[in-house]
Structure formats: C-alpha cells, structure tokens
Design a protein around this ligand. Structure first.
Ligand SMILES: *Cc1c(COP(=O)(O)O)cnc(C)c1O
Length: 383
C-alpha cells in the first residue's frame, strides 16, 4: 500500500509519453514502409523499458529490441506481446526461455549451437536473425565466417530447429558527417551478406541495419526495418543538430526543489576541495541531487534552471548534492528560496541532457541511462 511519504517525490525524472509517442510517430512516418523497432535496452535508456515499450507500440512501433534476452523476458512478463529481438549473449544466456517466450534471437556465430540445443530441448523452433559484422568490430560474424554461419543456419532450418527471420548489422560512424564513406562500405558489405544468405536458401524477410543516426540521415539504410533507440527518446545522435532540428521532443526531464539558501561572503570556498570560491558577497542555493542520482561528478559548470533563471554548478558535485552561486545580493531572500523549482533539463528550462553531457565530457545516451535508482520516474500519460 502506498504511504503518504511516497506521494510527493523530492527529486524526479518525468517521462513525457506524449513526446515519446510523437517521436515514434514521426520516425514511423519518415521511414515508411519500413517498420520501426523501438530499442528499449538498459531500462529504456533509463526511461523505463515496460512503459516505453507500451507507448511505442501504441504509437506505431511494430517491434521491440533489447540487448539482453533477460531484458526481453522482463517485457514478456509485463505483458508486451509485440515481436521482440535481443542480440547480446553469453554462455549463461537463457536461450530456452527466450524460445519458449517467442523472443527472436540475434545470432553472431558462437551461440548458434547453444540456440539449436535450446530449441531441441524446448521442442520449438528458434526464430533467429543472423548478424554480420560489416565494420564495427563488436559482435556479428566476421565476413570470412559468414558463409559458414549461413550454411549452418540453413541446415538447422531444414530440420526445423531454427527459422531465419532476418539479417542485420550495426554502423560505426552514422552519427558523423565525415563518416558517410564508412557507412557506404558497411552497407555494401551488408547487401553482399544478404545475397550470400539467400544463396544458402534463406529467405531473409526482415533486413535491418539503421540505428537512430542512420535512420535520420540515410534513407538508403531504412530497408525493411529501422532500430530506433536514442531518437525515440527525443535525443539527437548528432553533435551539431538539436532534437528540434530533427522534429523530435525530449522525453525525459529531471527536476527537484531548492533545499537550502543562505548568505555567503566574498572568498567563501564551496564544496569539497574549494574548487570554487565566491567572487563577491552572494547567496548559495543547495540542489539536493548528486552523482548517486546520476548528476555526473565531473560536470562542474553545467547549467541549472531555478525558477526562471539560469545558473551554473559551483564547485564539486557530491554524492547527494551540489551548490549554485545565485550571484545576487547577500540579503536577497527572494531569489531561489527554499522550495523553488529546479530543472537540470526539461521543458520549463528548455535545457537538454546534451548540456549536461557536454559538461561531463560524454553523450546524452550515457547521461539518461545513468540516472540513479533512487530518483523516481514519473510517467506522464499520453492522451
Ligand atoms: C543500441 C542499439 C541500437 C539503437 O541505437 P541508437 O543509436 O540509440 O538508435 C540499434 N541497434 C543495435 C544493435 C544496438 O545495440
């Protein structure tokens, strides 16, 4: 039973499902007739995998993707019935549970015999998508292993153990305007790999290669389906283009309230190590979020919105809190008082997680996936 102390969160991440639906619809319209797989690995990039998957499907995604089979199983347990694909496995991956729950399995090579064995044990065919490494050098079969993998998959398909549904690959440089030639090379290698699969008698119904940067910048990569991750969350995969430029709306916002506000003298040292000192007599506001909540410790100087005004993080970010120099009169009790709304990013401030990512020397993907477990996600329903 919910108790009163859980009712009003003290810090929160808001998930705007109207924005999420808008992004999925926008992408679906764009890539049509290709289908959209909504990628919800890592708890939906920190947004909540189950909630994101439900809205994405309602808004037009026809597939859901995760990295791990365990992530896909959690979605099945939560009642998600859409086709699901998971592609990163180990010797401990529960392949049999995947087959029994109708989860498609990405196969890069080493796992094909494990998958076949699990299919025999379950007495059900495994639905697989063969993955070719066309140049990212992560998982996927190397080009010289591809013919052998197709041959083995074809044998297993003929005995009814597996059913090859698709062939896929993943790009290394689609986010980089200077990476076009490398994308061309990967795409050419991919098409060759599909030809090889077909020569082995595989039908390859679902050809899929595009991640967000590719689907946004290269229509020739849409094929039968795109795998849309960061873009459905309304984040730009490009350094030089904002979500707005792409017609997308940021889904996550991160807020809290001012926890303390007090006068400080000129020269006052702020937070551990006195990395910041007040240049004038001023007031300091305390924001009760720190690196345990996903505010990167390295992001000194990042922008913060408090009740209509913009400030910067002063000094070190600690585990639970950081300080903002309000640059105001020492006696000013009206600016950013205790309880005033704070936004690190979101629609009130217009700040994006990119600003925090930039201050932290990382990318928006990492920022949103690392929001701490003690920050509740508030889901704002769509419609
Ligand atoms: C994470 C991932 C995606 C989604 O990438 P975005 O850049 O977030 O769109 C697509 N495909 C694979 C194989 C992935 O691992």
């Amino acid at each position: 039973m919910a108790t009163s102390w859980t009712a009003e969160p003290e810090r929160w991440v808001t998930i705007d499902h109207a924005a999420l639906a808008h992004n999925v619809e926008t992408i679906a319209r764009w890539v049509k007739p290709a289908q959209v797989m909504a990628v919800v690995k890592a708890d939906g990039y920190g947004h909540g995998a189950v909630e994101v998957a439900k809205t994405a499907v309602a808004a037009g995604a026809t597939w859901i993707g995760t990295a791990h089979i365990r992530e896909a199983l959690e979605l099945r347990e939560a009642g998600i019935t859409a086709p699901l694909l998971a592609w990163l496995h180990t010797i401990r991956t529960p392949f049999r549970a995947a087959i029994e729950h109708n989860i498609d399995i990405g196969v890069s090579g080493p796992e094909i015999e494990m998958v076949a064995e699990a299919a025999r044990a379950a007495d059900l065919p495994a639905r697989i998508h063969l993955k070719i490494d066309t140049g990212l050098s992560r998982n996927g079969a190397a080009p010289e292993q591809w013919d052998e993998l197709c041959k083995r998959a074809s044998e297993l398909q003929q005995t009814g153990i597996v059913r090859v549904v698709g062939v896929f690959t993943h790009f290394a440089t689609a986010d980089d305007p200077d990476g076009e030639a490398a994308v061309d090379e990967q795409l050419a290698a991919y098409h060759q790999a599909v030809d090889t699969a077909r020569k082995h008698g595989l039908t390859v119904d679902v050809r899929h290669v595009a991640n967000s940067p590719a689907l946004l910048s290269r229509p020739d990569t849409h094929l039968d389906m795109v795998r849309a991750g960061v873009a459905i969350y309304g984040l730009s995969p490009f350094a030089e283009r904002t979500p707005e430029d792409l017609g997308l709306r940021q889904v996550m916002s991160f807020g809290t309230t001012v926890a303390n506000n007090k006068p400080a003298d000129e020269g006052t040292g702020v937070s551990y190590g006195y990395a910041y000192r007040c240049q004038t007599p001023t007031r300091l506001a305390l924001v009760p979020c720190g690196y345990a909540d996903g505010v990167p410790r390295i992001a000194e100087g990042a922008p913060v919105w408090i009740d209509g005004n913009y400030y910067r993080v002063a000094g070190r970010i600690a585990m639970d809190q950081f300080v903002v120099d309000l640059n105001t009169d020492r006696d000013d009790e009206l600016t950013a008082p205790v309880g005033a709304p704070v936004e690190l990013f979101g629609p009130k401030s217009g700040l994006t997680s990119d600003a925090w990512a930039l201050a932290a020397g990382t990318i928006n993907y990492e920022l949103v996936t690392r929001i701490g477990a003690r920050v509740p996600r508030i889901h704002k329903p769509w419609i």
